[in-house]
Design a protein around this ligand. Structure first.
Ligand code: AMP
Length: 341
């Protein structure tokens, strides 16, 4: 019997509840400091207690997962806390495509895949001296927006970067990625591609609430100007959004073309959940500044099913449950190799 395992953070509750609803055994790799939190939830069958998540690649943890025929569901914490090499070295089957996670973490590879998918990406800026309009400066990997900053020119860039280095938020040898700032309504488009059905499903949309950039809008401009703090984009939570129906056709086309591009560049392709992240401008034109090649925490707002999934399923269907269903069907048909790497 296949079981579902994940790391205790990010969207673990949703993933394991979905797995339990599908009748699968659930395992949580849990840091000891979070044990009391996760013990509150009866749908978690077994906790594998660790001091740090990096123990996932150690023999002890791997053999418990193996004994349970576990499939690991990767999420943002796995990517944020482990290197691509470490993730790729995990022996336990990983849901989706573990090779594409490197394309999410590495900014250059990320841009290449987004271009291959013909997504409308913001212009990258190669050096600070080229900054001639508002840009956002990002760190590598899934840092969750912490330490990001905006700059209007080279001098502004240097002042803010130096301030963040001296505060210890970013390190002095860190390679930063500069991108044109796209203004508009944030929309994080959540999809699921089923390698079994070879079909793309649109799950939902969320918005991220980021501190303290959002806090800035709540204070008068004189105070904003006086503040010496560099505002960050640290994600605090998410809220739901539905799109104008006239935008949906383009949403599906972007999803399809991302799936096709991933098949070409990183086999076996974009299997399972993913998210295209961007903004709609005043002409409803979308600019995609990011993708996540695995479940995003923004799906947590739809633990009881999303508006768009209620059009596809006649039962409450969360993203966690959708993943578990794919694993269950694959396992029943001896096709786990089609949905894992
Ligand atoms: P990311 O790590 O790329 O998802 O970025 C974190 C946050 O920074 C996003 O949720 C947005 O609020 C903001 N952001 C990132 N890139 C851009 C961009 N090119 N234009 C406007 N806002 C952006």
């Amino acid at each position: 019997m296949t079981s579902i395992a994940t790391l205790g953070s990010h969207c673990a509750l949703q993933v394991l509840k979905g797995a339990k609803d599908e009748g699968l055994k659930t395992l949580l790799v849990c840091e000891k400091k979070r044990e009391s939190l996760y013990r509150r939830f009866s749908f978690i069958d077994e906790l594998i207690l660790v001091d740090s998540f990096s123990e996932v690649i150690e023999q002890k943890c791997q053999s418990t997962l193996e004994q349970n025929n576990a499939v690991i569901i990767p999420h943002g914490t796995l990517i944020a806390q482990m290197s691509s090499e470490e993730i790729e070295s995990i022996k336990t089957p990983i849901f989706g495509n573990k090779w594409i996670l490197r394309w999410e973490s590495d900014r250059e590879m990320k841009e290449k895949l987004m271009r291959e998918a013909n997504l409308p990406v913001p212009k990258p800026v190669t050096t600070p001296s080229e900054i001639d309009k508002l840009v956002i400066v990002k760190r590598q990997g899934a840092a969750g927006g912490k330490g990001y900053f905006m700059a209007a020119n080279e001098e502004d860039y240097n002042t803010k970067r130096n301030q963040l280095v001296s505060e210890g938020t970013i390190s002095s040898d860190e390679t930063l990625y500069i991108q044109e700032y796209a203004a508009g309504v944030l929309a994080y488009l959540q999809f699921f591609y089923s390698p079994l059905k070879q079909e793309l499903e649109f799950f939902g949309v969320d918005q991220r609430h980021e501190s303290d950039i959002e806090g800035l809008a709540r204070i008068p401009s004189e105070q904003q100007l006086k503040s010496k703090k560099v505002p960050s984009f640290n994600v605090i939570g998410n809220s739901p959004l539905v799109l104008r129906e006239s935008l949906l056709d383009e949403v599906y086309k972007m999803g399809d073309s991302f799936v096709e591009a991933a098949k070409r560049l990183v086999k076996p392709g974009m299997n399972g959940p993913f998210c295209i992240e961007g903004v709609y401008d005043e002409n409803a034109k979308f600019t995609a500044f990011e993708f996540s090649a695995r479940i995003v925490a923004g799906t947590n707002i739809y633990m009881d099913g999303s508006p768009y999934y209620s059009l596809l399923y006649d039962e409450p269907m969360s993203m966690g449950k959708r993943i578990a269903r794919e694993v269950k069907i694959a396992s029943e048909h001896n096709q786990l190799d089609k949905v894992t790497t």
